[in-house]
Write a protein that binds this ligand. Structure first.
Ligand SMILES: [Zn+2]
Length: 668
């Protein structure tokens, strides 16, 4: 009898646990069994509207390269592209551009941009072959070679993975059912062909980036429930590079010789174990990604959240490069992982890249980009440094300078970030998981439509004000993220302080909401100090990293052999400052806030925050090979610094072009 009782209790507990796990959002495309229930679900494109500076970032992209790439980079993104039926470029670059253009067009509800994107989408849909293949077809024997393009590799699986992401977003914006048909036919084609023509049969990129393919297969499964998609998923995972093993192992931790891993692949592969986890929810997949990120930080990491990887992985000297593609692909991984795991660690990390690294790697008008940025960057010039890929134009702000992947891939940065600020929840509420000025309109509870306006100067300011708008009273849970770095926060609903605690970084306000209800969240931003390469000092406060303000001289350069002019940036003020250890101990930094946050806050003139402190120049630390020379390590009893203590100014990393973000520290 006792046994039966215990068994019954156990069964009830398991049913309850199962039930709790099984909660799935009722209104939006979310994981269906047997895929693991996801705590958060992406909203359709159009549900979230960017405001203030975030909206400005989108507008700058519209007026800059994203809106004009078909004319500025006509040789690749013009009408002769293979993805438009032409004989030109037929590989990744057209789809890369669309991967940012499509969400931008629909976030801005801009007809002109939509029309530009539609041409490509129509071509893909209307030219799918009988057997399910889609994309550019092999070229005729006598095709004309066009310099600067990639006309071949048309049967590669990789560029199609990018176009699948494009089509997925297009569906999330429009609901065009032709996308579901195209994908179903194409995935059947993949199921048939992959056993013979494995993912990596044309290029190794497809083998490294299979996670992008896999994510769309699961997404389609959640719409159609076609069981063959789960079989295809197994094949794709099996044929994809074993990232789970690489991140969990010690390969990334090698410094001598440096691991033979491509920097962008390392960023882009981060999502794969978690994507596959949806079908096989084993902890090892989640753990491997965390381990991989820890290895990256400890062995190759910079204070800005990126890692040394200038083509190949390259250690943590803050003068090594980090590629723009790595930044946007890493962001996209976190945007994928966050709703599957609900792990706010990825939201913190996403904000770190978006609010520090991303703004610095393109010009204010979004007309030029930088292939490699340096955490300690004292000069931007067309000179040799110490990069793996050290040919011309790797560090300057240009269009096709460096390598043109970033020129076409960077457009996804801000639009997808905006799209990842809000999510629907498994308990049919709404979640503010990533902060920034936005407005969301989405279905909650039994399908009631609510709008929540998020007014904030975040990431510069601590206060966030949410205002609910709804037609009539509606009960739903509102999830808010509390950041790991935030030691104290206050939360008020209609001015009354709530006694709430965050669980796993989330506070849930489950109550009846009336139109006009206000939620005020204050996230205390304290200083945080960290140590990096040669014990160099990193300074953070809230989501922002701070760096030395260096006056800049921008000069446009015209040079033979380059497709276009590019910009170099030279320092107009000293940079070789060290900070006294007592300054850090006493957190002796004076904060000054600008009266208001400018539409584009990401430059020297508009930096919304300045930090004043003291520093001394360190004569031993000089320029070497066009970079800040090797950072002086702390020395016993002390290193020689200049007599004269000077006031120095730090500003948010994202506002700098030239900078010291990792400082030597001196004792007296
Ligand atoms: Zn790139």
């Amino acid at each position: 009898m006792k046994q039966i009782y215990i068994t019954t209790v156990l069964i009830l507990i398991f049913v309850q646990i199962g039930f709790a796990r099984e909660k799935r959002n009722a209104h939006y495309i979310t994981n269906q069994a047997p895929l693991v229930a996801q705590p958060y679900t992406a909203l359709p494109i159009g549900a979230i509207h960017a405001e203030s500076f975030l909206q400005e970032m989108l507008k700058i992209q519209r007026d800059g390269l994203t809106g004009q790439l078909d004319s500025i980079y006509e040789v690749v993104c013009g009408d002769n592209n293979g993805w438009l039926g032409g004989t030109g470029d037929g590989w990744e670059r057209g789809p890369y551009w669309l991967d940012g253009l499509v969400p931008l067009a629909y976030l801005l509800d801009d007809d002109e941009l939509k029309a530009k994107a539609q041409k490509w989408i129509e071509w893909s849909i209307n030219n799918q072959q009988e057997d399910g293949y889609f994309g550019p077809r092999p070229l005729p024997e006598n095709y004309e070679h066009i310099p600067g393009t990639q006309q071949g590799m048309r049967n590669d699986w990789w560029p199609k993975m990018v176009m699948l992401k494009v089509l997925q977003q297009y569906y999330m914006a429009t609901g065009d059912e032709r996308v579901v048909e195209l994908m179903t036919d194409y995935f059947q084609y993949q199921l048939k062909m992959l056993p013979e023509n494995e993912l990596g049969y044309v290029t190794f990129w497809a083998n490294r980036r299979g996670g992008d393919n896999l994510a769309v297969v699961y997404w389609l499964y959640n719409i159609t429930g076609d069981k063959f998609l789960l079989d295809l998923a197994e094949i794709i995972h099996k044929q994809t590079f074993n990232w789970t093993e690489v991140y969990a192992g010690d390969m990334i931790r090698r410094l001598n010789p440096l691991p033979d891993l491509h920097c962008v692949n390392v960023a882009q592969g981060l999502k794969e174990p978690v994507i596959y986890y949806q079908q096989h929810p084993e902890e090892k997949y989640l753990e491997s990604v965390k381990k991989g990120l820890t290895s990256l930080k400890e062995v190759h990491g910079f204070v800005n959240g990126m890692y040394g990887g200038d083509e190949r992985m390259h250690g943590n000297d803050p003068t090594q490069g980090s590629e723009l593609c790595s930044a946007v692909e890493m962001m996209f991984c976190f945007e994928n992982i966050l709703p599957i795991t609900g792990d706010v660690y990825y939201a913190d990390y996403l904000e770190k890249i978006a609010y520090n690294v991303l703004p610095t790697q393109s010009t204010d008008d979004y007309m030029r980009k930088q292939y490699f940025q340096q955490a300690n960057q004292i000069k931007v010039s067309d000179d040799e440094r110490n990069l793996f890929n050290d040919r011309e134009g790797r560090n300057v702000f240009g269009t096709t300078t460096g390598y043109p992947c970033c020129l076409t891939n960077m457009h996804q940065g801000w639009p997808k970030f905006v799209q990842s600020t809000w999510f629907a929840t498994a308990d049919n509420g709404l979640a503010a998981l990533v902060y920034g000025p936005t407005t969301v309109t989405a279905k909650v509870a039994n399908g009631e439509l609510v709008t929540i306006k998020e007014e904030t100067g975040y990431p510069f300011k601590e206060q966030i004000l949410f205002t609910v708008e709804c037609e009539k009273t509606v009960k739903f849970p509102f999830h808010l993220r509390i950041l790991e770095w935030c030691k104290t926060f206050t939360l008020k609903v209609n001015n009354s302080v709530q006694q709430v605690e965050a669980q796993d970084g989330i506070v849930i306000l489950d109550r009846e909401w009336n139109s006009g209800d206000e939620v005020e969240l204050n996230l205390a931003m304290d200083f945080r100090f960290s140590h990096w390469y040669e014990m160099s000092l990193g300074i953070e406060r809230g989501p922002l990293v701070y760096a030395l303000r260096i006056e800049e001289e921008w000069r446009e350069v015209e040079k033979e052999g380059y497709d276009d002019t590019f910009w170099e940036v030279l320092p107009k003020s000293p940079w070789n400052y060290a900070i006294w250890e007592k300054t850090v101990e006493n957190a002796d930094f004076q904060l000054e806030f600008a009266d208001e946050i400018q539409p584009n806050p990401w430059n020297l003139e508009n930096a919304p925050i300045t930090l004043k402190t003291k520093g001394r120049r360190m004569p031993i630390w000089t320029e070497s090979r066009n970079m800040a020379g090797k950072i002086p390590s702390p020395s016993w009893p002390y290193r020689i610094v200049e007599e004269n203590e000077e006031e120095i100014t730090l500003i948010p990393y994202g506002c700098t072009t030239l900078r010291i973000a990792q400082f030597p520290v001196y004792r007296k």
